[in-house]
Every structure is written in structure tokens, then in C-alpha cells.
Design a protein around this ligand. Structure first.
Ligand code: UD1
Length: 439
């Protein structure tokens, strides 16, 4: 059903102040998935209150896992000692691409799993061939029928696995299953994202034997069981990057708290090239300010430590306000320029040819009614609206709520003019116009 919930943003106010970055969505999701492999009650700290986490919690609860929030971003998880229900409802799993991470963790702890082909943002094909090849190499049999993946393992054994592409999810799934699979496994051409290192450290704290996470080759020796521990999620490098860019786009000055600067270095490097000042003030704090006109730069998204695809729409918004032409090439997902039509409504000059966007900087954006096409593109539109002259209304905000905790509150704490307007509240004229346009 079409929702009328929206963000109303009055742009043109430079963001100023301090903002605390939440735990990382992508790290929290995989730590939660891995927790079902432990015996006993796990406590995960610094878990963000976001919709993707809530959907994964509901999936696990349906499967018989006890999950509840404690005070202050801490989550308790306890899987039953016997079998977990092998499949959650398709309605829920389709909402969340990361539900595919239950393939590896379920196969680690028990002989059978079935997952509906997962959903998430529509940013490209996002196949699962590498995940499937990986668990098959470890001895699982996999059958795909009616939009579901059924997998079973019997006598599974460690194996060498080479990934054709350093897929984050495939590396995570293989690492989880291999942690409880007898014998030695290696993952070559593994993903090196900070979330992979966070997962490996967590599994090791649970008693696993994993070396090399964060490099191209991960070596895993299977152990018979994993114990429940208390562990913390790393800060969200994409949320941090989004606030850094929002500060720069509005010409403001913001200090980010709870960041690991090394994790955002690929973004910092590009911001500095553009003329933005980024300084590490105290441990875990970054100051961002823009002294003058932004310079254009070229960017290509790549696996970590390259420039993250999850920051591509946001950096495009910033480049659109620079004093020249920039070229942005998307190297990971094939469908990540869906924000361009919305940006055009705001006065941006962006042309897309295949996987490349050519961005000619403009003086300023103008407020408009906008539709978030996916999570990160939605965040980029919020940034553009904050920088724009006039009022913007952003619809489809369920995408943004999947991954950004308390966005309106955090932006308001920085002086930005942004409110969430719920279904049926004021502003119905905008909705009427939108409905007419859709019809
Ligand atoms: C994760 C992140 C997502 C981020 C992406 C890339 C989570 C929950 N999500 O997604 O935010 O944008 O990493 O940094 O952590 N591929 C295949 N076959 C496979 C798997 C992937 O061809 O079996 C391809 C994909 O189509 C894509 C590329 O590999 O082109 C990268 O995907 P992958 O690294 O797997 O991304 P996700 O784990 O889905």
C-alpha cells in the first residue's frame, strides 16, 4: 500500500554541532545471524534501532529463537538447544536481503535450512551463486525451488574456496558455516570489509579459530561448538560518511562521535580532494567543515578499501554542488543511479551512461517532492534536500528507516529543519499531487 509518510525538510541551514554515530547496520545484522550458532545467551551491544534489525529479530523469533532488547542498544539472543525451525515466513525474509546470512549460520549449527530468496533494496541482480558454491564446497547439498533455497549438510568437511568476486555476504556465510565444520577451510579472494573483521573477531571470541580476516585469504579451522559471549558492533561507517557529506553539502561544521576513522578513510580521502577539511580531533571523533567552493573529483566504487558503493549516491549529491565536472563509476551494483531522476527535479545536472554518471556541478539545488528509490539513494536525497533552497518532501521513507537510526532527531540536533510527517497528517495536497502523477 502506498504510504503517505514523508520527511519534510526545509533546506539551506548549515549543519552544526555534534552527532553520535550508531552501530553498523551491516555488522549488526551478521553478528545477530551468527549468534544462533552459540550455546547459551548472547548479548550484543551497540546494535542500532533500525527497521532491518527489527525484521531480522522477527524472522528469528518466528524460527523459535528468543530475542529481546535490553536497555540502551543491547540485544539478547538465545537459540534453542535443539533444532531451530528451518524456515521463516517468506513475507519477512523477502523484506531483508541479509536474511541470506542465515544460510551459513544455520548450516553451521544444524543439518537443515530453508530460506526464501531474500529481498532488500532493488539495486541490481544480487545473485547468491557464490554463497551457494561456498556452502556446497563445505559439503552442503543445495536445492532451489519455488523461490526458496533448501540446504542440507551431512558429513561436511573443511575445503579451500575461491570467490570469483570478494562478496561480503558470501564471505560471511562461508566463514560462519566453516567455523563449525570439521577440518581446515580457506576463503581466497575474500571480502575485506570492516564488517568481515568484526564478524571474525566475534566468532573467535565465541571459540572459533579464524585467521586472516581483513586480508584476501581467510583461514578457518572448524571447532565442535561455539559459546555465547557479550560482544559489540562496530560503528556504522556508512552512516558516518552520510553525516560527513551532509555537513559538507550544507557548508556546515560537524563533529562525529563514535567513529573508527580508518573505516571511513576511503570517503575522507575523496572529501579532502574536494577541499573539505576532515580532522581527527580526539580518538573516535572527526571534525568536518567546508571552507570554500567544492572541487570536482572522479570516483569509482570498489570493494573495501575502495570507495564504498553504499556512499555512491551521497557523494554524487555533493559532487553536484562542486565547481566543475566529475565522473562517478559504479563498480559493484548495476542499478545504483535511480536517484538521478529525483536529483534532476532539484536542478542537478547528471547524465548516466551505463555504469557511469557524469555530474556537472550547479550553484544550488531547489526543494522538490522526491521519492526515495532505495536506502542509500534515499539518504542522498535527504542530504540534497538539506542543502537545497526551499522545502522538500521525501516519500518512500521506509527505505531510509531500514538503515538510519533517528535520522530526523539527529539532523534536528545539528540545527537542520527536518520532521517526519505521518500518514494522514498535514500536507495532504502534496500527496494528492503525487497520486495524480502516479495514476
Ligand atoms: C553487502 C552489504 C551492502 C553493500 C554490499 C557491497 C550487508 C547486509 N549488505 O551486500 O550494503 O552494498 O555488501 O559492499 O552487508 N555477487 C554475485 N554472486 C553472489 C554474491 C554477490 O555475483 O553470490 C555480486 C553482487 O551481484 C554484487 C557484488 O557481488 O554485484 C557485491 O555483492 P556482495 O558483496 O555480496 O553484497 P552483499 O553482501 O549483498
Amino acid at each position: 500500500m502506498l504510504s503517505n509518510n514523508r520527511l519534510r525538510i526545509e533546506g539551506g541551514v548549515p549543519l552544526r554541532g555534534r552527532v553520535c554515530i550508531s552501530g553498523a547496520k551491516n555488522a549488526a545484522l551478521v553478528l545477530i545471524a551468527a549468534s544462533i550458532m552459540a550455546k547459551g545467551e548472547t548479548i550484543l551491544d551497540n546494535v542500532p534501532y533500525i527497521e532491518d534489525v527489527n525484521v531480522l529479530i522477527r524472522i528469528l523469533q518466528e524460527m523459535g529463537v528468543k530475542v529481546h532488547w535490553n536497555e540502551d542498544h543491547s540485544l539478547s539472543i538465545q537459540a534453542p538447544d535443539d533444532m531451530i525451525r528451518v524456515q521463516a515466513s517468506a513475507d519477512l525474509t523477502r523484506k531483508l536481503r541479509a536474511s541470506n546470512l542465515l544460510l551459513g549460520s544455520m548450516l553451521g549449527r544444524q543439518a537443515k535450512v530453508a530460506i526464501s530468496v531474500p529481498g532488500g533494496c532493488d539495486i541490481g541482480l544480487r545473485p547468491m551463486d557464490l554463497h551457494i558454491k561456498g556452502v556446497q564446497a563445505l559439503g552442503a547439498t543445495v536445492d532451489i525451488k519455488h523461490d526458496s533455497i533448501f540446504a542440507e549438510r551431512e558429513n561436511s568437511k573443511g575445503a579451500p574456496i575461491y570467490l570469483d568476486f570478494p562478496s561480503v555476504g558470501a564471505t560471511e556465510n562461508i566463514m560462519m558455516m566453516a567455523a563449525l565444520t570439521p577440518g581446515d577451510s580457506t576463503i581466497e579472494n575474500a571480502a575485506k570489509e570492516p564488517e568481515i573483521v568484526n564478524l571474525a573477531s566475534y566468532l573467535n571470541a565465541m571459540g572459533a579459530s579464524i585467521r586472516g580476516a581483513g586480508t584476501d585469504v581467510i583461514r578457518i579451522t572448524g571447532v565442535p561448538e561455539l559459546k555465547a559471549v557479550r560482544y559489540s558492533t562496530i560503528p556504522d561507517r556508512i552512516e558516518a560518511g552520510t553525516y560527513m557529506l551532509a555537513a559538507a553539502a550544507t557548508g556546515g561544521e560537524v563533529v562525529l562521535e563514535n567513529v573508527i576513522p580508518q573505516h571511513v578513510y576511503p570517503v575522507i580521502a575523496k572529501l579532502r580532494e574536494m577541499g573539505v577539511v576532515v580532522e581527527e580531533q580526539n580518538p573516535g571523533e572527526l571534525l568536518v567543515k567546508t571552507p570554500g567552493k567544492l572541487k570536482p573529483v572522479d570516483i569509482k566504487t570498489m570493494p573495501y578499501p575502495g570507495f564504498p558503493t553504499d556512499m555512491q549516491p551521497q557523494i554524487a549529491v555533493l559532487l553536484g554542488l562542486s565547481s566543475g565536472t566529475s565522473i562517478v563509476t559504479e563498480g559493484i551494483f548495476e542499478n545504483r543511479f535511480k536517484y538521478v531522476d529525483e536529483m534532476t527535479k532539484m536542478g542537478a545536472h547528471i547524465t548516466v551512461e551505463s555504469s557511469t554518471a557524469i555530474i556537472d556541478g550547479v550553484q544550488s539545488y531547489s526543494g522538490a517532492s522526491l521519492y526515495a528509490p532505495d536506502l542509500r539513494a534515499g539518504a542522498a536525497l535527504v542530504m540534497a534536500a538539506l542543502a537545497a533552497n526551499g522545502i522538500s518532501r521525501i516519500y518512500n521513507i521506509h527505505y531510509i528507516e531500514r538503515g538510519y537510526e533517528d535520522l530526523p532527531d539527529k539532523i534536528r540536533s545539528l540545527g537542520g529543519e527536518m520532521v517526519k510527517v505521518n500518514d494522514g497528517a498535514e500536507d495532504s495536497d502534496a500527496m494528492r499531487r503525487m497520486m495524480l502523477k502516479v495514476i
